[in-house]
Ligand binder design. Sequence first.
Ligand code: HEC
Length: 176
Amino acid sequence: MRRVASGLVIVSAAAVLAACGQSAAPEGGAAATTSGAATPAATATATAAPAIDPEKAALLASLPAPYNTGDLENGQKQFQLCRSCHTITEGGANMTGPNLYGIFGRTAGTVEKFRYSEPLKAAGFVWDGGKLDQWLADPRGFLPGNRMSFMGVKDAKNRIDLIAYLKVETGHKPGG
Ligand code: HEC
């Protein structure tokens, strides 16, 4: 069921791309009103079509599996767990945690002017989807002694959606 829903998101993202440059009329909304008593199928299609920026939809589609089928809306929702400590915009402030813009492809513990714990400073690996997945599943277990006091994101699908969202939002380049 989730796979089907994700598929619909991709299809509708492609539709958004195809419609790029034409009128910005909200297609899903129009379909929902003309059908009056919408069938369950029509409703499902309408709800599975979030207003994703075409550029972000294209970037999402270019990600390696499983992130290419990530649900950006759910990812954004999951990011609520992080935003009290992290910014993700370019040039965003370091707060309790470091700014996460450009995190993918960057060596762990290297944001300027952020005072990392010794374990994170010495970690030496480069952040990718897999590493972030492990970190978020169990922040303490993954790198003992680090200072991120966060219980983690236990649900694997929520982590995939969150990582897809972060890849799309933190300046990650297509194809990576
Ligand atoms: C309570 C505050 C807090 C929350 C909530 C939190 N973090 Fe952190 N995060 C930190 C701190 C502090 C560090 C630095 C840890 C260290 O130096 O050991 C960190 C480090 C990181 C790093 C490593 C950054 C680098 O430059 O190597 C990533 C990635 C990260 N957090 C992602 C997340 C994500 C994604 C979430 C939400 C699911 C999250 N964090 C939630 C405080 C937080």
